[in-house]
Design a protein. Structure first.
Length: 159
């Protein structure tokens, strides 16, 4: 608060050079957080997953990353799934289907997410429409090679 008062006093003073300096400081303070913030998360970016679950049948480890931010805000997001086996090796050759569900409200979404394999155990789900704040579940079916037929429920808390 003291800094704001000082800045306001400098802006209000009659000295034009003092006012110009105070304006420059105000602009620098406003722009600094933008310049120092990290780049927007992308589905392929590194970093800690939002959450990780293990499938009950196949014991596959399913980690998810959301973008454009993590945890996500309400709206349409992209979800990157990273799937590994119990030894930590990436699992390719799966077909995923994703059904967002909000159990507390008794509804899902009218939009069916699209999922594409990206290689290295990664799968990208787009058009994931989480239109309300609260707890969502991404009911994800995993099918594919080596007899995999499983489902995981991935909790996602939306702001």
């Amino acid at each position: 608060m003291k800094n704001r008062r000082s800045l306001f006093a400098a802006l209000s003073s009659s000295s034009s050079s003092r006012r110009a300096a105070a304006c420059a400081v105000a602009v620098a303070l406003a722009v600094a957080p933008l310049a120092c913030s990290s780049a927007e998360a992308t589905p392929g970016s590194d970093g800690a997953p939002l959450t990780t679950v293990t499938s009950p049948q196949s014991h596959l480890r399913v980690a998810i990353h959301t973008s454009p931010e993590q945890p996500p805000s309400r709206g349409t997001i992209t979800v990157r799934y990273v799937i590994t086996n119990s030894s930590g090796a990436p699992v390719d050759g799966l077909t995923l289907s994703v059904a967002p569900d909000m159990p507390a409200m008794g509804h899902g979404t009218p939009v069916v997410p699209k999922v594409a394999a990206a290689g290295g155990g990664e799968y990208i789900a787009t058009d994931v429409n989480l239109f309300m704040a609260g707890r969502w579940e991404l009911r994800t079916t995993l099918r594919g090679g080596a007899g995999v037929s499983d489902e995981v429920v991935v909790p996602v808390d939306v702001r």
